[in-house]
Design a protein around this ligand. Structure first.
Ligand code: AMP
Ligand code: MG
Length: 490
């Protein structure tokens, strides 16, 4: 029996395409020579109401941009953004939004092809993407999802049978990205800069309907929406900080108002804990270093506040004051999310004033000893279970004094240390998308061997449990490895 991709379960609406024109432009993917499916995300397909078997067998054309699924209305979205602090006009230069797939639960999911050819926003670029960076985004975004961190998802990667010219010719590929929406802080900056009286109300109404329906009832919907974005970003960046994630290019065009992690370019996870870590080769000043991420999110949100001012209900002074007071809550919101997460990592289920210091002291020790971020926290559960057995060996996390203080703190809360350990095992992952494991999977894939890719993806789906399968994925790089470098995902 021959499957037809048209029967895979597509159920598109195109509400973004109905917004006023300069917010987007009709844009067809450019067909490629020889589409082939590399990977399809079965579980995500199920969640979207799509038949994974049909996607595997007959999805190459759609996933490479050669065929348009029924109901889709392809567009490229316009946006602007502050890149490394400087305002620029951008837009989807190599991405096409097919439309919004309405899932079985009634939720709306953007389906976007990344690397699908040139659009009117491509400037000098070729509109294309290479296989390595698209698989990298697939691996890391799905790894983030399994860690419980809000993120865009990856439905599929297809190769194009064409080469893209970077430093060297590379295999071309297209990633199918799934998102609550692709509305960025930079989308609001675009609307505000181009034609605020016409574009901003339309964009705001759309974003509120998708992400903050209750804001529509507020006295000032723009301020209520802004508050929602501020809280989602505070929660998101706190989650990044608690797993050692460095986004790498937190420009305002790479920050989604949905609160999902978006645009996996030069991102990477910390191995040895060092708050000044920068992986991206283009981030020479360390603007987007690990420890700067909360402050950068705050700065980006100020750009959103400015963009929203023209649609705020009050007079200028009043709106400015309202936006300022919401913006000013970012540090305390971040802190609340971060501290709650820090307590959970330490197995704490009550609150004491000293908890913040306890966590900070451990981080200081980790920095001094260049301890592995993930392994240190993953190791704490075993110590809580049997402190005596672990002793204070070089491998045991924390200094002797820290250990005693932490164990004493565990003793001052209800429940046994064994229960605390069980809780810790639910929040401290044993596996993350380790840089060297990701690179290993990508190099093999570039040679046409996808076994390590699939093995890595399987291991990352279940990051909190030690299993035989994930043993070799748990450790960090051997000491003395050179600093890891990432390159912007083109
Ligand atoms: P990024 O750094 O990936 O967030 O991309 C910044 C901007 O550059 C966005 O407007 C992208 O659409 C655009 N861009 C990145 N790579 C390409 C490419 N190969 N061709 C055209 N536009 C691109
Ligand atoms: Mg981007």
């Amino acid at each position: 029996m021959r499957d037809s991709i048209a029967d895979a379960g597509w159920r598109f609406d195109n509400s973004y395409a109905r917004l006023p024109e300069p917010l987007h432009a009709e844009s067809q993917p450019v067909a490629v020579r020889s589409p082939a499916v590399v990977v399809v995300n079965d579980r995500l397909a199920d969640d979207l109401g799509l038949d994974p078997a049909i996607l595997w067998r007959a999805g190459a054309g759609v996933f490479a941009g050669n065929e348009i699924p029924p109901g889709a209305k392809p567009i490229a979205q316009a946006y602007a953004g502050h890149q490394f602090g400087h305002f620029t006009n951008l837009g989807d230069g190599r991405a096409i939004l097919l439309g919004e797939q309405i899932g079985p639960n009634g939720r709306r999911h953007d389906i976007q092809l990344k690397g699908a050819g040139r659009t009117r926003y491509s400037r000098g670029g070729d509109g294309r993407a290479a296989l390595g960076p698209m698989l990298r985004e697939y691996i890391v975004s799905e790894g983030m999802h399994a860690l419980g961190i809000p993120t865009t998802r990856s439905l599929a990667v297809a190769t194009t049978g064409e080469l893209v010219l970077r430093d060297a010719p590379l295999a071309g590929a297209v990633l199918t990205r799934v998102a609550a929406s692709h509305i960025r802080v930079g989308t609001f900056e675009f609307a505000a800069a181009v034609e605020h009286d016409r574009l901003l109300p339309a964009l705001l109404g759309h974003a509120i309907a998708r992400h903050d329906p209750s804001a529509a009832e507020a006295a000032d919907p723009a301020v209520a929406f802004f508050e929602g974005v501020v809280d989602r970003q505070a929660a998101l960046v706190a989650r990044w900080m608690l797993v050692g994630f460095v986004h790498g290019v937190m420009n305002t065009d790479n920050m989604a108002v949905s609160g999902e992690t978006i645009d996996y370019g030069p991102c990477a996870f910390l191995d040895a804990y060092d708050p000044t870590t920068v992986f991206s080769s283009i981030d020479q000043q360390g603007r987007y270093a690990f420890a700067n991420q909360p402050a950068i999110a705050h700065w980006n949100l100020a750009r959103l506040a400015e963009s929203l001012l023209p649609v705020s209900r009050g007079g200028h002074e009043e709106s400015l004051a309202a936006a300022r007071s919401v913006l000013a809550t970012f540090p305390e919101r971040f802190d609340r999310h971060y501290l709650a997460g820090a307590r959970a990592k330490l197995g704490l289920c009550t609150e004491e004033d000293g908890d913040r210091d306890l966590f900070a002291t451990l981080l200081r020790w980790m920095h001094e000893t260049r301890a592995d971020f993930t392994a240190t926290f993953a190791g704490l559960a075993a110590v809580a279970e049997s402190p005596a057995a672990c002793g204070h060996t070089a491998a045991s996390p924390g200094s002797r004094e820290w250990h005693s203080a932490w164990l004493a703190r565990l003793g001052r809360q209800p429940g046994s240390p064994v229960e605390a350990a069980a809780r810790m095992r639910r929040v401290n992952p044993v596996v993350i998308p380790r840089n060297q494991r990701v690179e290993e999977a990508l190099s093999a894939a570039e040679e046409g061997d996808f076994t390590s890719l699939h093995r890595l993806l399987a291991v990352l789906r279940d990051p909190f449990m030690e299993t035989n399968d994930n043993e070799r994925y748990r450790g960090g790089p051997p000491a003395g490895c050179g600093a890891y470098r990432t390159f912007c995902g083109t």
